[in-house]
Design a protein around this ligand. Structure first.
Ligand SMILES: Nc1nc2c(c(=O)[nH]1)N[C@H]1C(S)=C(S)[C@@H](COP(=O)(O)O)O[C@H]1N2
Ligand SMILES: [Mo]
Length: 261
């Protein structure tokens, strides 16, 4: 097992370094051009990574959980930490009382859920380590409703393959004009026991910096997969229609769609 652990890490480091290297060497634009040779090599590696990692990880293995004494600081915020989008500011101004989570797409029963309704559902609390592709990590305690519970309420239709999270913040990154952040995961991760829609962090309400009112925790994936400031979850059979078509904000800028750790 230790051996697999090690090679899985190496694999990850390899792809993370590729993404970081591209942005530094100016190859980033080539990766952004969906017809380029660089891009297709990256994509082949990406789907290989997905298949191999799914094989190694299985579908229900759990990410390590920690004890309360291992929490050293507040959850370090990253990416958008203070959205300035007008609709977000309006919702934040009255404590997200008018905010609703919309669950739509390939479901029998579309849902529109208030924060209070989500908080009344079964909850799960977990102390986990967040790993950012930038190379830092942080241990924090997260509380929320298992995404599987919400999906069961909505009754996912058989053709659905992905859950796409739409966010309320626009993110710039420096390469393009700011666009709304978004992310997606497959239904294996969506139904994983530790995948929760979190409204609490370290026993407090989720701070704005960490994605208030709701962010997803996907504990076997890198930080950029864990959408903050969630407005909607759409069940779909294809990622083509969303953003640049690669399944997420950072994926549209060259990162791997499958960021398993
Ligand atoms: N909506 C949104 N979600 C996001 C981001 C973002 O900029 N906007 N950044 C991602 C990245 S790169 C990381 S590491 C984590 C950071 O989560 P934290 O602020 O709770 O540490 O959120 C991810 N989810
Ligand atoms: Mo990140």
């Amino acid at each position: 097992m230790a051996k697999i652990e090690l090679s899985r890490r190496r694999f990850l480091t390899g792809s993370a370094v590729t993404a970081a290297g591209l942005s530094l060497t100016g190859c980033f634009d080539a990766a952004g051009d969906r017809t380029s040779a660089v891009r297709s090599v990256l994509e082949t590696a990406n789907s290989l990574t997905y298949r191999v990692q799914r094989m190694l990880l299985g579908t229900d293995s759990l990410a390590k959980e920690f004890s309360a004494t291992e929490i050293r600081q507040g959850a370090r915020p990253n990416g958008t930490i203070d959205p300035q989008d007008a609709d977000y500011l309006k919702l934040a101004a009255n404590g997200f009382a008018d905010w609703r989570l919309q669950v739509t797409g390939l479901v029998e029963t579309p849902l529109s859920l208030s924060l209070a309704e989500l908080q009344a559902m079964p909850s799960r609390t977990q102390i986990t380590r967040h790993d950012c592709v930038e190379g830092w990590s942080c241990i924090a305690k997260w509380t929320g409703v298992p995404l599987a519970f919400v999906l069961d309420r909505a009754r996912v239709r058989s053709g659905a393959r992905f859950a796409v999270f739409s966010c309320m913040d626009s993110y710039g990154g420096g390469f393009t004009a700011p666009v709304k952040y978004y992310e997606s995961i497959d239904l294996v991760d969506a139904r994983h026991a530790q995948t929760i829609l979190a409204y609490g962090c370290n026993d407090e309400a989720l701070p704005v910096a960490n994605g208030a009112p709701l962010r997803v925790r996907i504990e076997r994936q890198l930080g950029y997969k864990m959408a903050k400031y969630i407005a909607g979850i759409e069940l779909t059979d294809s990622l083509d229609r969303f953003g640049g078509g690669r399944g997420g904000y950072w994926e549209d800028n060259g990162y791997d769609w499958f960021a398993g750790i």
